[in-house]
Design a protein around this ligand. Structure first.
Ligand code: PLP
Length: 415
């Protein structure tokens, strides 16, 4: 079965996976979504025997159905190799009663490497498949980790160049140095006056400008995105949820078919949306816990059905989650609106115009499998201490936010 991609904001023509990867954002400003979520064509119990690369192939072939087997295998082999410091690529470890999926074993030690190691391969393969002659200019907004991981992924990749925009005072000093010292003839980094949302909005505006696109084209360039608005970022992220289920089976921690819960540190809603897609593919996931830091716009949304970005932007110790406009939520909104593009567009216009939108009671039902939670700065710090003392395991702040939400929920639900 072949999966095509359509926009969340209009009934424009469908595009192939490779075209969606090349474009990044749809012409109408919407995000590309698969016209149907494919289901596994292997048995769940077989997941236990698959390597990370084999799992990646089984998942990605279903979403990127216009890639040939050879093309996709070449992308996967190129990305998930000894750049990672462990053959497992994403080890699952048990600490103090919970499982932690370690997504930091890549080249820049950031979780973003999981998807950004493969995106350049998917992008150049897509360009070749579609006979693109232009140089592809990757525009990326970052609140920290994405920038370095994207720069490292695209550095000196033939036929591409990359420009990263980051909030001048909104990333850590180390992250800033990581980005500013990036090697490569085709890399550029720009610090902006503003926060991550400003950077992301600016990038989206550049994408949406037909005038700029025409000027670029005349000079032999076209834009694409390395942010998680690009389905080429999202699809590789589904893989590690499927892989972790296989690991739980392999380690004898669960029975085949047994449901698991996932707690996901969330910012732009890409990571957790990938888990949602995995669930829709048939992976036995019960509840998706969406963990936010003090920028808890998503927590409030899951509580009330109102998405309200009119609040102070707080700089926290988990900067990759300092976001008030979670772009990928649009893909979920589209789904729970019954794939109604007009409806989605009017809600997104309300978010831009009035700074908020409300969903209907009917749409709220589609959120049944989501539970929101958040951690304050104090709770994040306590969470790091608790796991360190209990299990001698040191968590980064982002993981600590999720760990706090897990313990908090576990206390009152016996999770
Ligand atoms: C980006 C990031 C997140 C959040 O992922 P989203 O897809 O933006 O929700 C969480 N933790 C870390 C370490 C990150 O870099």
């Amino acid at each position: 079965m072949s999966v095509m991609y359509k926009s969340t904001r209009s009934k424009s023509d469908k595009v192939t996976a490779s075209q969606a990867i090349l474009k990044g954002l749809a012409d109408d400003g919407g995000l590309f979504v698969p016209d149907s979520i494919p289901v596994f064509d292997i048995k769940l119990e077989d997941l236990a025997g698959l390597s990370y690369q084999e799992t990646a192939y089984e998942v990605m072939k279903l979403f990127l159905s216009d890639f040939t087997k050879e093309e996709l295998m070449a992308c996967i082999q190129g990305a998930y190799d000894d750049k990672f410091d462990t053959e497992e690529i994403a080890p699952l470890v048990k600490k103090d009663g919970a499982y932690y999926l370690e997504l930091f074993h890549g080249k820049t030690i950031a979780f973003k490497d999981m998807a950004l190691s493969i995106l350049p391969y998917l992008m150049t393969t897509s360009a070749r498949k579609n006979g693109v002659k232009n140089e592809i200019v990757i525009l990326t907004a970052t609140s920290g980790d994405t920038g370095k991981a994207a720069l490292a992924g695209f550095a000196d990749v033939e036929g591409t160049s990359i420009i990263v925009f980051y909030p001048k005072n909104g990333v850590s000093p180390i992250q800033e140095k990581q980005m500013l010292t990036q090697k490569g003839k085709n890399t550029k980094v720009v610090g902006i006056h503003g926060n991550f949302d400003d950077a992301q909005t600016g990038v989206k505006n550049m994408f949406n400008s037909k005038e700029l696109a025409a000027k670029m084209d005349a000079k032999g360039y076209q834009f694409s995105s390395a942010n998680s608005i690009n389905i080429g970022r999202l699809v590789p992220q589904i893989v590690y949820y499927v892989y972790s289920y296989g690991q739980l089976l392999k380690q004898g921690e669960i029975q085949c078919g047994e449901k698991i819960n996932v707690v996901v540190p969330t910012g732009n809603f890409g990571n957790i949306l990938a888990a949602y897609y995995a669930k829709n593919m048939g992976l036995p996931i019960e509840t998706l816990y969406c963990a936010s830091n003090e920028n808890k716009v998503l927590y409030d949304f899951f509580q009330t059905g109102t998405y309200d970005r009119k609040r102070d932007f707080i700089l926290t110790s988990s900067p990759s989650m300092d976001i008030l406009i979670s772009s990928n939520l649009e893909r979920l909104i589209y789904k729970i609106a019954g794939e109604d593009a007009d409806k989605t567009k009017s809600l997104m216009d309300a978010l831009t115009g009035q700074g908020q939108y409300d969903i209907t009671e009917d749409m709220k039902k589609g959120l049944d499998c989501f539970v929101g939670g958040f951690a304050t700065e104090e709770e994040t710090a306590q969470s790091i201490r608790r796991v360190y003392e209990a299990a001698d395991y040191i968590m980064v702040t982002h993981t600590a936010v999720a760990s706090h939400v897990y313990y908090d929920k576990a206390k009152d639900s016996g999770l």
